[in-house]
Design a protein around this ligand. Structure first.
Ligand SMILES: Nc1ncnc2c1ncn2[C@@H]1O[C@H](COP(=O)(O)OP(=O)(O)OP(=O)(O)O)[C@@H](O)[C@H]1O
Ligand SMILES: [Mg+2]
Length: 226
């Protein structure tokens, strides 16, 4: 079983957005994904209610995720996605301790990049693999990243932080899909939002395989220092 934790003490960086879109992308009856909403704000729980189905299933966690994780293992889930609050609280530490991979979304701004450091410190102390994902980025032009994204990568490089090579662009479709209780692919399969979520998932899957030792870790997002 693989546990992907979405964490950042910076509010509004995109934890719940990425968790929801990736879960909708990944969940299949054959490869079930369990959502864990460890944030009292309840964003993922709201999204799952809007879906109007119980798929993917969701559990709420308050202080600890360990019991939910143990039950998920017994129940044969392939993936558990944990959305966490923008804090450094006990439940965040517990989620990170349980993580196969920690995804740290960050918007490409100076305050945002600075704020990821505390979350990174938690991952490092717990010795869990992590990668920053630049989210809410200005669109690329002619396949070239915006200056803002370039500067963010430069800033992260100073701390030798692993960063996904792609970006999730600021797109209304990502918000509209969530309002319908959908993921990007369900909302508009041919859209750019769906293609970015697909690329992000491919990178996460590759990292998980590298962490499990089934493929080489070279080029995996959690090894890719900016
Ligand atoms: N790539 C994006 N494009 C457009 N809007 C986005 C994107 N990512 C996030 N948002 C919007 O930004 C807001 C904050 O995102 P989200 O709630 O996912 O962040 P969060 O990290 O979970 O916040 P919190 O720390 O409060 O839980 C939401 O309104 C969401 O719809
Ligand atoms: Mg959230």
């Amino acid at each position: 079983m693989n546990i992907i934790v979405f964490a950042s003490r910076k509010g509004g960086s995109g934890k719940s957005t990425l968790a929801a879109h990736l879960a909708a992308h990944v969940h299949k009856t054959s490869k079930p994904c369990l959502l864990v909403d460890a944030d009292p704000q309840g964003s993922l729980t709201l999204w799952q209610k809007l879906r109007g189905t119980d798929e993917p299933p969701i559990r709420q966690a308050v202080r600890s995720v360990s019991e939910i994780v143990a039950a998920a293992k017994r129940d044969g889930y392939e993936y558990v996605f944990i959305d966490t609050p923008p804090t450094m609280s006990a439940v965040v530490e517990d989620a990170i301790r349980n993580a196969t991979l920690v995804v740290i979304p960050a918007r490409p701004g100076v305050f945002d990049i600075n704020a990821v450091q505390e979350t990174i410190q938690l991952c490092r102390s717990a010795r869990r693999p992590y990668a920053v994902v630049l989210n809410g980025a200005p669109a690329m032009r002619d396949n070239v990243e915006s200056r803002l994204v370039r500067l963010a990568r430069e800033a992260l490089a100073k701390f030798r932080v692993p960063v996904w090579g792609g970006q999730v662009t600021n797109r209304a479709d990502l918000i509209l899909a969530l309002a319908h209780g959908e993921g990007a692919k369900e909302y508009f399969a041919e859209g750019r939002a769906a293609s970015e979520i697909n690329r992000l998932w491919t990178a996460i899957e590759r990292s998980i395989k590298a962490i499990r030792g089934t493929v080489s870790s070279s080029g995996a997002m959690h090894k890719q220092a900016a």
